[in-house]
Design a protein around this ligand. Structure first.
Ligand SMILES: C[S@@+](CC[C@H](N)C(=O)[O-])C[C@H]1O[C@@H](n2cnc3c(N)ncnc32)[C@H](O)[C@@H]1O
Length: 224
């Protein structure tokens, strides 16, 4: 690992630690934080889980739907700097989508402070529209899967999840993962999440399981 990469690993952890303080405060309910200022982030265990999966898969091309202030994005980036082997991968890329310009502004600052701006492309826009555009360009050449994603994380609004999943599955590699947050918590999402899980599990080319970590992660593998 070069000195630059090692330094970046430390910088990512530093920013994650700062953001975690805010996240813990937000979840404690001790301070009133308005919805527009909320991070609504994954838990740190979930972040570590993602980072471990990404390192094990040697994932290079990652897509996230729902950036917020970039907490989960930084965990996705962390796997690139975690060990020597991954630091040698030449093309590493994270694309992340959010429709809130204020959140994107904060995320951009966090990415800069963590030293990872060069590997993250942030797209501002409505997730459905952006995913449709991305899927056209990714599927441009059916024989060339080089633009396909290794890992797609779905963590925006829950109303359009089934549509997000169907667009995501068209862009993920065979052997790639789609992970969906909030399948267990908050409880108010439970019934819509059950319908969503039913939607996924009807697909015979997908193997899927709920992992009870953090807010509950649905881990879906594209098997063909
Ligand atoms: C739960 S937060 C994401 C948290 C982030 N993944 C993390 O763990 O740090 C959901 C984000 O999705 C964004 N969002 C909600 N609906 C959206 C939509 N239709 N298109 C794009 N972004 C959307 C919100 O602005 C918000 O920042």
């Amino acid at each position: 690992m070069s000195d630059v990469d090692l330094n970046t690993g430390f910088r990512i952890i530093k920013v994650l630690t700062e953001l975690e303080k805010q996240s813990v405060l937000e979840r404690s309910g001790l301070t009133e934080i308005s919805h527009k200022d909320s991070m609504l982030a994954i838990t740190s265990d979930t972040g570590k889980f993602f980072s471990i999966l990404l390192s094990a898969m040697n994932a290079n091309n990652i897509l996230e739907v729902g950036t917020s202030v970039g907490y989960s994005t930084l965990w996705l980036a962390y796997s690139f700097y975690q060990n020597n082997e991954n630091s040698r991968v030449s093309k590493r890329n994270i694309t992340t989508i959010d429709n809130d310009p204020l959140k994107i502004k904060k995320a951009t600052t966090n990415f800069k402070n963590a030293g990872v701006s060069d590997i993250i492309e942030t797209i501002e826009g409505n997730a459905i529209e952006v995913l449709k555009q991305l899927s056209i360009s990714v599927n441009d050449n059916e024989d060339d899967q080089s633009e396909y994603f290794d890992f797609i994380f779905l963590d925006a609004d829950k109303e359009n999840l089934a549509e997000y999943f169907d667009l995501a599955i068209s862009m993920v590699k065979k052997g790639g993962l789609i992970i969906t947050d909030n399948v267990l918590y908050p409880e108010e999402y439970r019934s819509s999440m059950s319908k969503y899980i039913e939607h996924i599990r009807k697909k015979d080319f997908v193997q899927s399981v709920t992992v009870p970590i953090g807010h509950g992660e649905e881990v879906s593998l594209k098997i063909r």
